[in-house]
Ligand binder design. Structure first.
Ligand SMILES: Nc1ncnc2c1ncn2[C@@H]1O[C@H](COP(=O)(O)OP(=O)(O)O)[C@@H](O)[C@H]1O
Ligand SMILES: [Mg+2]
Length: 376
């Protein structure tokens, strides 16, 4: 008898500035996944946040002319089944019809509502195993300010920074500028705390630019990060595993723009990836060691790409961020680094799904209720 395949829900799209990138990543995953071992159930999320399944949700999100059904996953443990939401004709009522039970989910979603712990929360409630970091790891990886605090606590070097609330900026911008200039040197980078893809990020070399940079970042988040800018090389390390993660060889991004901007990442094709990064062996080991420590510190799981800034003048290595669901097309940095380290793209997908299943079964050992010990 043929072996039963594992059914993988591949979720893509989403309410995020990285919606399109997610579609590209998911197409790559669906093309490369071992279909003898895994059965794919594609699930799309529209830019408005609605779930669609049945038919071809990828086509529906890209070409728009495909028939799909509204879908949902209930936030309660039990059947782990993706449901189709059907409206009952001539009434306002809806009914749920089972589409298929999910053995595991691979959220190929980047940025808000996919990489930030929110989707992970739903998957926890539904008790479905899933690829990647859990709620805390995802949220800390997403929030640049909390991430830095965790790094500081772990003695992993971060560039000097300040966290500014939009409310404080709105109330008294002059005071914010004065406070920033007192503690940090130009040039500075201002960033929304919870975004990605370089959206809302600007570099400021004087007071006027700093003020515009705060205004721009304040359009995207209620918490703003300002940090010292350095002349940097951008070094990235892929991390893979659960409790015992391993690090790939480092790669380097050579941005086409003045810094690695949104246009550079997704519109132009100017950025270059160097694999491996031309680095001395000490810097390679340091980057790998810090990447694994950072991954563990945020409670990463499955995958994470750890991004560093290497000061071109001093040679010092600073951690910049961890992306818990990094770009995942077959030519993205994360899988490319594994390929160069000896793990092919289809193998990587396989390992990530196995890691998801392992983590879920490890977690199911946890008690969720208090039981008093009658012997005491
Ligand atoms: N402190 C800094 N010094 C120099 N360049 C920086 C600094 N912070 C960010 N950058 C540049 O801006 C880019 C985007 O910043 P990053 O913090 O990685 O945000 P995102 O999460 O949007 O990728 C980086 O890849 C780098 O090119
Ligand atoms: Mg980045």
């Amino acid at each position: 008898m043929a072996k039963q395949r594992i059914r993988v829900g591949i979720i893509f799209g989403g309410r995020s500035g990285e919606h399109e990138v997610s579609l590209r990543s998911a197409c790559s995953v669906m093309e490369a996944i071992d279909q003898e071992k895994y059965e794919i159930l594609p699930v799309g999320i529209t830019k408005e946040g609605r779930w669609i399944a049945g038919g071809n949700p990828m086509k529906a999100l890209t070409a728009g002319d495909e028939l799909t059904q509204p879908a949902a996953l209930l936030g309660e443990p039990g059947d782990r089944t993706l449901k189709a939401i059907e409206t009952i004709q001539n009434t306002e009522a809806t009914s749920l019809k089972n589409i298929a039970a999910l053995d595991v989910v691979f959220p190929v979603l980047h940025g808000t509502y996919g990489e930030d712990g929110t989707l992970q929360g739903l998957l926890e409630l539904a008790d479905v195993p899933y690829v990647g970091a859990g709620v805390v790891g995802s949220a800390v990886g997403m929030d640049k300010a909390v991430f830095k605090k965790v790094m500081v606590a772990e003695d992993i070097p971060v560039l000097p920074y300040l966290l500014i609330l939009r409310a404080d900026w709105d109330r008294d911008p002059d005071a914010v500028i004065a406070k920033t200039e007192q503690s940090l040197r130009y040039p500075m980078f201002v960033k929304p705390a919870n975004l990605g893809s370089s959206v809302g990020i600007s570099r400021a070399t004087n007071r006027g630019e700093l003020s515009s940079a705060f205004k721009e970042a304040a359009r995207y988040d209620r918490r703003l990060l300002v940090e010292e800018g350095i002349p940097a090389r951008e070094i990235e390390v892929s991390v893979l595993g659960n409790d015992d993660p391993i690090a790939s060889i480092p790669g380097e991004v050579i941005p086409g723009d003045a810094f690695y901007s949104y246009a550079d990442k997704y519109l132009n094709d100017d950025a270059q990836l160097l694999i491996p990064a031309p680095l001395d062996p000490e810097t390679v080991s340091l980057a790998q060691e810090l990447a694994v420590r950072a991954f563990k510190a945020i409670d990463g799981a499955g995958l994470g790409r750890c991004d560093f800034l290497l000061d071109k003048e001093t040679g010092k290595l600073w951690i910049n961020e961890i992306n818990t669901i990094p770009g995942f097309t077959s030519i993205s940095m994360y899988p490319k680094l594994w390929e160069a380290s000896g793990i092919s793209y289809p193998d990587l997908i396989d390992r990530l799904i196995q890691l998801a299943l392992e983590r879920h079964s490890e977690k199911s050992r946890n008690k969720t209720t208090y039981e008093s010990d009658s012997n005491q």
